[in-house]
Design a protein around this ligand. Structure first.
Ligand code: NG1
Ligand code: MG
Length: 591
């Protein structure tokens, strides 16, 4: 893969194009038209949608370089968008964001790709996620070397951002439910920004070319945006309009993965890829190494996947609070977190502080393990996957054994880490300055994190989880492939096997990764009692949702039982639903 993309973005997926734009009259998008006119006094010019996801298996392994198996939900973020023409007085454009859900207040931001995310709010606002997608597209345009000509002469936009945008957002993905509302918002805003810049889907470009041909105008073939390996596009005739730039959906996923990191979370890539690249009817096996790639996975006949919300918030900022508060040593630990945060001058509930811990722990485990393997390149390792690659063919099972043997010793302090590594552990986080700030600036903070979970025992546990979970993902995929075309009886055996793998995944998340919570435990128990063949937490954990595999014919009885056993009076519409794999992000052009 050549070009500027290589160093900065995972390479685009071959053949992954945006779905055909079409506006279904009953779709949620169409229902945004009237409220949009009410909010902004103009008609929306286009719509985008991006789904949430449920992860079937493969938790907390994506940022270690291992594959995952999510599927897109029918629940999605929808946006209606209009471009506001540049102000004749030459004023800067603004992004006016309104959310149908009034818990998220209207925001006005500069239409400037260089504006910091979250502005004065430091990113802790829903509009920060919109900004991520917005900035991500400009990063991509710059790095992919897109020609102004390909962007229909919108050179000014490239220099100064888009003109103003009015955006109305609606979502039926529950926020903080572990179903990836945040990544869906980033993917949707990236798609909206791309469309506003004139970057279009391959199908829309083809339709425009066909229309131009019918009208007797020579139209050039579309130029792929960010797919330099596809060969140079045919030279357009001089008199023809510039070729529209198209955005393959693998590129959309890749740019959204990186863009969400503007929030300060060292995010993996599962959520954005599921939202951007899914096809209706199939789950998705997503690999990150050697490059981002996806493979459709047909689920066995008769399988239903039921999502249940534990009603405990999984918001990253709040999750750690739950996480700590529900444990006996919680109070002290949380006070320490708070003190450390204060000392560092950051908000004590900063998502940076919490979500990054797991990433940091896995990275430390990776380096210490690579060192234990005696690999000469151990210092350069950043992920457990990279450690595995240095291990000369150890199986995932053997790697888990190695982690148990090598990393289960006593706790490491920062000083002990420095001794073990021979350098400052902060040097391992040069690509994540926020993690360095947060995790490296205080010895106390570092100590208490490590003493509790990291490196000593905890580090081993993290690595054991990652290696065993990576193996479970591959087994899950293989069971699904082997079950294609199965008769009902055989498919039932496949479902039972998927259930076992999901149960084992949950146990490992709880016991090794420490990312369950009492609500999730109670819900998993209720799910199993209600007839689930397997049930597990889904998403980051510490609250949010579970996913259960249930035979189709048992769904009704399952739901009735979980309603009784877990929810009782707290049951409301939408807290539990059976889901079918849905399509990924799309642009909708009004007709
Ligand atoms: P949530 O917090 O459920 O959106 C996070 C990460 C995923 C993955 C899971 C755990 C982001 C945006 N998402 O998901 O990439 O690591 O935790 O499997 O960081
Ligand atoms: Mg999220």
């Amino acid at each position: 893969m050549a070009g500027a993309l290589q160093t900065s973005l995972p390479p685009p997926l071959p053949q992954q194009e945006l779905p055909i734009p079409s506006l279904h009259p009953d779709s949620c998008c169409a229902s945004l038209r009237e409220p949009f006119v009410e909010a902004f006094g103009v008609q929306p010019q286009f719509y985008v949608s991006a789904p949430g996801r449920v992860n079937l298996i493969g938790e907390h392994v994506d940022y270690s370089g291992y594959s995952v198996l999510p599927c897109a939900l029918e629940l999605a973020i929808h946006m209606a968008v209009a471009l506001v023409p540049p102000d004749p007085a030459g004023e800067e454009g603004v992004l006016t964001l309104q959310n149908v859900d009034r818990r998220f207040p209207r925001r006005t931001l500069p239409a400037d790709p260089l504006a910091p995310v979250g502005g004065a709010n430091g990113g802790h606002d829903w509009s920060g996620y919109f900004q991520c997608g917005y900035k991500g597209v400009f990063d991509h345009v710059r790095e992919a070397g897109l020609l102004h000509k390909q962007l229909n002469g919108r050179a000014a936009m490239l220099a100064r951002g888009t003109p103003g945008l009015c955006v109305l957002v609606s979502s039926n993905v529950p926020p903080a439910g572990g179903l990836s509302s945040s990544s869906a918002l980033v993917v949707a805003s990236a798609l909206a920004t791309a469309r506003a810049l004139g970057i279009t889907s391959p199908e829309a470009a083809a339709a425009a070319a066909a229309a131009a041909a019918a009208a007797g105008v020579a139209a050039p073939p579309p130029a792929a945006a960010g797919t330099p390996d596809r060969g140079a596009p045919a030279k357009a005739p001089e008199e023809a309009a510039p070729a529209p730039a198209v955005l393959p959906r693998g590129v959309l996923a890749a740019l959204a993965i990186r863009a969400e990191r503007y929030i300060g979370v060292m995010s993996g890539g599962m959520d954005q890829t599921a939202s951007a690249c899914s096809d209706a009817g199939s789950a998705l096996h997503v690999e990150f190494v050697p490059e981002l790639s996806v493979e459709k996975v047909a689920l066995p006949r008769g399988a239903a996947f039921v999502v249940c919300n534990s009603l405990a918030s999984a918001e990253k900022a709040v999750s750690a609070l739950l996480h700590y508060n529900k444990r006996s040593r919680a109070a002290t630990q949380h006070t320490l977190q708070r003190e450390s945060a204060k000392a560092l001058g950051i908000h004590p509930l900063s998502p940076i502080l919490f979500h990054s811990l797991e990433v940091v722990e896995c990275r430390l485990a990776a380096v210490l393990l690579a060192r234990a393997l005696g690999a000469p390149e151990w210092r350069a390792v950043r992920t457990l996957r990279a450690t595995a690659d240095l291990s000369e063919g150890l199986s995932l099972e053997q790697l888990a054994g190695l982690a148990r043997a090598q990393l289960a010793g006593g706790a490491y302090t920062v000083a002990a880490l420095r001794d073990a590594l021979g350098f400052d552990p902060r040097d391992l986080f040069g690509d994540a300055p926020k993690a360095v700030d947060v995790l490296g600036a205080s010895d106390d903070f570092w100590l208490q994190v490590c003493a509790r979970r990291c490196c000593g025992g905890g580090g081993g546990d993290r690595a054991v989880h990652v290696f065993t979970e990576a193996a479970r993902v591959l087994q899950f995929r293989d069971v699904c492939s082997a079950s294609a075309g199965d008769t009902n009886g055989d498919a039932r055996a496949a479902l039972a096997r998927l259930g076992e793998l999901m149960d084992a995944s949950h146990a490992s998340c709880r016991d090794h990764f420490d990312c369950s919570c009492p609500e999730l435990e109670a819900l998993v128990k209720a799910a199993k009692a209600g007839g689930a063949l397997g049930a597990r937490l889904t998403g980051a954990g510490w609250g949010g949702c579970t996913v259960s595999v249930v035979p189709e014919e048992g769904v009704e009885a399952f739901m009735a039982s979980v309603k009784r056993e877990y929810y009782g009076d707290r049951y409301t519409e939408g807290v539990m639903f059976a889901t079918k794999p849905a399509r990924g992000a799309a642009i909708y052009e009004p007709t």
